[in-house]
Each structure stands twice: as C-alpha cells, then as structure tokens.
Design a protein around this ligand. Structure first.
Ligand code: SF4
Ligand code: SF4
Length: 180
C-alpha cells in the first residue's frame, strides 16, 4: 500500500521565492567580494605540490650525472598494468665505469597504462625510478603518451644518491678487491 507523505503548504512569502533568492544572492556576493579565492587559473597558476606526491614516474641520475638504473628489470616485472618496457644494454668497455653494471638501452613507460601505484619506485634496488611532482601528461596520439628513456631522464633530473655504488665499486676495484 503506498505511503502518502503530507507536505506542509507554502506560505505566501515562500510562494514568491523572493526571500530565498535574496538569501542565496547574499551568500554569493559575500563570497565574491569578501571570501577567500579557492580556485586557480590553471594552467597559468599551479597548485603547490605536497612533499611525497606521487606523479609521473621518472628516471633519475646521480649527482655526477650518471645513470642509476642498472637494467635489472624488477620494475618491469612488478608493474601491475605492464606499463614498463626495458631493453637492457651494457656499459661500453671504454667507460670509466665499465666494471660496474648494465644500463638500459631503451626504457619506455606507457602513461596510458600507468596507474601511478609507485610499485616500480618501491622495488627499485638502485633508487633510480621516482614518482615525482609532474602530474600533467597529455598528447594527441598514443605514441606521445609513451615516455622514452630521454624523456624519462628529462623529467627525472638528478637526485641525491644514497647508494654510492659507483664510488664503492670503483674504490674496491682499484684496491684489488673489485667484484663484478
Ligand atoms: S607507477 Fe605503477 S603502474 Fe606506473 S609504471 Fe610504476 S609500477 Fe607501473
Ligand atoms: S629502474 Fe630500478 S628496478 Fe627498474 S630496471 Fe632500473 S634499476 Fe631495475
């Protein structure tokens, strides 16, 4: 059986709607002239990014400009949507650091697949891949949404190196105790 809800009849003033319109406009004008601005004129104005923000994944170099990634492919393996594609490469034999590990020949991250989960950053043993404060990615084609190695380094820049792997290994090699 249907339930009939009794509605309170409107008074004369309520039927005019004018008091409610005035009340609404009062709030609007009070916010317009005396309220704090809460919107931004994006993209000219950008919001402050909090520390620890996880934006677009990037590759970083150590303070001496060297690649930190050693092409171990752990991030490629762990990435849930399979957004990462790595082609491992060797460091040239004539390099000062040839006794160390590999470096990626190619490194692509498909930003149409990436879900910004941060697992690549979590798993990386070299702290070479970081989700930094870059949050705006757009393009006209699918190809433009794939960040290649050059783009990843351009976005990533340089970060402090807590591992000093190159220095430690080079020092050990020079002292005759190098391990490869
Ligand atoms: S943030 Fe997640 S989805 Fe994106 S590349 Fe890293 S592991 Fe893959
Ligand atoms: S970014 Fe890190 S986890 Fe990924 S291949 Fe390079 S060293 Fe390995």
């Amino acid at each position: 059986m249907p339930i009939v809800v009794k509605r309170k009849p409107l008074t004369f003033l309520e039927k005019l709607y004018i008091p409610e319109i005035v009340r609404g406009l009062t709030v609007t004008f009070r916010r317009m002239f005396f309220g704090e601005t809460v919107t931004l004129e994006y993209p000219e104005q950008r919001p402050p990014i909090p520390a620890g923000y996880r934006g677009v994944p990037t590759l970083v170099r150590d303070p001496e400009g060297r690649e930190k990634c050693v092409s171990c492919q752990l991030c490629e393996f762990v990435c849930p949507p399979k957004a990462i594609r790595i082609t491992p490469g060797e460091i040239p034999a004539d390099s000062d650091y040839a006794h160390v590990e590999k470096a990626p020949k190619e490194f692509d991250i498909d930003m149409l697949r990436c879900i910004y989960c941060g697992m690549c950053q979590e798993v990386c043993p070299e702290e070479a891949i970081w989700l930094q404060n870059q949050y705006s990615m757009s393009g006209y084609t699918r190809g433009e949404m794939v960040n290649n190695k050059a783009k990843l380094y351009e976005l990533g820049g340089t970060l402090p190196d807590q591992h000093f792997k190159w220095n430690k290994k080079k020092e050990a090699a020079e002292n005759g105790g190098g391990h490869h």
